[in-house]
Design a protein around this ligand. Structure first.
Ligand code: SER
Length: 585
């Protein structure tokens, strides 16, 4: 069964069980500046899990585009992916354990035709925070899972929470037995030997975990489920890895034909990173030196490096992007209209990287020769940092090259220097690294500052209630969502525009201070207080005009912004308006 058929079967099955199909949220979260990418289906639905009413009702079903970067360095083995799709059915205070288990069982065995003998399940074993989940286990027994294939584990395995704080709860996971021999006498689903593969997770979200570690019951009992599409496709097709499914096979085969050596790991890295980059760019990502942009940059650069390792002519990249989009277009038809832009971003970044490589490699050789002369076996953090800072040479490449030449690297020292560097460039107080930042980045930084000015101007014109609900910035424009019940008038828009431009003319100084969240609140700084902040926050002050909690970076003077122009004002959702604006030179 192809991935698209699994997805369609899933959406249809739950549609027939009175679920409303909702679209995937973008990979780049719209209203959550605190995370880089959407990492799970629940993320865009958090407000509704906490009790807000969803416009589509209490039973939802979706597929969600997800990106998880914590295992980025593992990609290349037989299973890790950064980009993947998760199918999910949702009960927002509607059905709970019984129906969730029954539907999961029916879908797996009847719709997908998985024999019951292949299934094992796990439930929460219970602890001081929540009881042993015999209720769920009983429904599994009733469904037909024999006792010996029902396992109980603690929080490490059977509890789901995204991060440290938030909605969470015990979960029940379903495992597929691949038929491989057990690795030992007590080989179990929790074992990583490859015999059991987790295929679906049903989370019974009825708790909220607070920062202090305490659990509180939520207003409602929710169900959040996640079924990894690539993995399911792999199992149902009897393949060993996701790279053998139709999602990757055409690109993998092409890479095999083009490459002059047989590194399967490099082929997987290229195929995986190419697909992930395409999906990020589709949703508005652009390469840069910080945050999301840096992840994209890293993916494209790592991919390019492995194309080089495979000795594939880089002029083939364009064909590979074409082929990848051809492969994915049935699942994501919107790729077709965005093909030109996607190609352009990837190829430009590849070209920039090749320049970097040729400069950096020369410098690297010098550093290595010096180390050899001095009889050293370790390349220390200063060298790696200098290569990064001066030539934009990625540390992971220095590490690769050093290892190839039999050297170890001191990454701790580099990490320290890198952190300091990041702080400095974010504070905007040091312009010394400016040359290293992409031009695109300068534009987005300006838009960040313009967003603060706009936020304040809206509050002056409309009132205090006009609070930020979301923000999204590209190199071309800013987009700002704020609470306001009605369409803004022409006069109001003009006033807002004038106020912002006046602050730009005044060339106000932008300063940044670090303080505790409490102090920030006391100082009158605005912020999205419903969002997660760390212990310490940064407060950006723009002259006497605005004070906001923000991660930055920002320009150092508003005079750098150019002319501010509102292009559009429209409704975003109930009670929320959206402004799109640009900065003109
Ligand atoms: N939130 C759970 C997960 O990501 C189930 O969707 O696994």
């Amino acid at each position: 069964m192809k991935a698209i058929d699994i997805r369609n079967k899933y959406l249809n099955y739950f549609k027939n069980k009175e679920h409303k199909v909702i679209p995937s949220a973008p990979l780049i979260p719209e209203n959550d500046p605190s995370v880089l990418f959407t990492t799970a289906g629940m993320q865009p639905l958090v407000p509704y899990l906490l009790g807000e009413k969803h416009p589509e009702g209490k039973r939802l079903v979706d597929y969600q585009k997800c990106l998880r970067t914590n295992d980025i360095d593992e990609v290349g083995d037989n299973r890790h992916l950064t980009y993947f799709e998760m199918l999910g059915n949702w009960s927002l205070g509607d059905y709970f354990k019984e129906e969730a288990v029954k539907m999961s069982f029916e879908f797996l065995t009847k719709e997908l035709g998985i024999p019951v003998e292949k299934l094992s399940v796990t439930c929460f074993a219970g602890d001081e925070d929540a009881p042993r989940d015999e209720v769920t286990a009983n429904y599994w027994r009733e469904a037909g899972i024999p006792e010996e294939r029902i396992y109980f584990y603690g929080k490490d395995d059977n509890w789901w929470i995204a991060g440290e704080e938030g909605p969470c709860g015990p979960d029940t996971e379903m495992f597929y037995d691949t038929g491989k021999p057990p690795c030992s006498e007590d080989c179990q689903p929790s074992c990583n030997c490859g015999k059991y593969v987790e295929i679906w997770n049903n989370v019974f979200m009825e708790y909220y975990k607070h920062k202090d570690g305490k659990y509180e019951k939520l207003k409602q009992q929710n169900v959040d489920t996640g079924l990894g599409l690539e993995r399911m496709a792999m199992l149902l097709q009897g393949k060993q890895t996701p790279f053998d499914t139709e999602l990757f096979a055409p690109v993998m085969e092409k890479l095999e034909k083009l490459s002059k050596n047989d590194s399967i790991e490099s082929r997987r890295i290229v195929a995986e990173h190419l697909r992930a980059s395409i999906m990020i760019i589709l949703d508005g990502g652009v390469p840069s030196n910080i945050d999301r942009g840096y992840v994209l940059r890293k993916l494209i650069r790592r991919m390019t490096r492995h194309l080089n390792k495979l000795e594939i002519d880089l002029s083939e990249l364009e064909n590979l992007i074409e082929l990848n989009i051809e492969t994915l277009k049935e699942m994501y038809p919107e790729l077709v209209d965005n093909k030109k832009r996607i190609k352009q971003v990837i190829i430009e970044e590849k070209n920039k990287f090749m320049k970097t490589i040729s400069h950096g490699e020369k410098e690297f050789e010098k550093a290595i020769n010096k180390a050899k002369q001095e009889g050293k076996k370790v390349i220390d953090g200063q060298t790696i940092f200098k290569l990064y800072e001066t030539y934009g040479f990625p540390p992971e490449i220095t590490a690769d090259l050093a290892t190839e030449q039999g050297f170890k690297i001191d990454i701790t020292e580099f990490d320290k220097l890198f952190k300091e560097h990041q702080e400095k460039s974010r504070m905007g107080s040091e312009q010394k690294f400016k040359g290293g930042l992409a031009e695109q980045n300068e534009k987005t930084i300006a838009y960040h500052t313009a967003t603060h000015l706009l936020h304040k101007a809206l509050q002056i014109v409309l009132g205090e209630h006009a609070k930020q609900k979301g923000s999204n910035i590209t190199v071309e424009r800013l987009r700002f969502d704020f609470s306001h019940p009605e369409k803004m008038t022409k006069e109001q828009l003009q006033q807002v525009e004038d106020i912002v431009n006046e602050q730009i003319k005044r060339d106000l100084k932008v300063t940044c201070e670090e303080m505790s969240l409490e102090q920030a609140k006391e100082s009158g700084a605005t912020g999205l207080f419903e969002n997660k902040y760390g212990e310490k926050v940064k407060v950006y002050t723009i002259g006497d005009f605005s004070k906001e909690i923000c991660g930055g970076p920002h320009v150092s003077h508003t005079g750098e912004l150019g002319h501010f122009k509102i292009k559009k004002e429209e409704s975003s959702s109930a009670g929320v308006r959206r402004i799109k604006a640009i900065l003109e030179d």
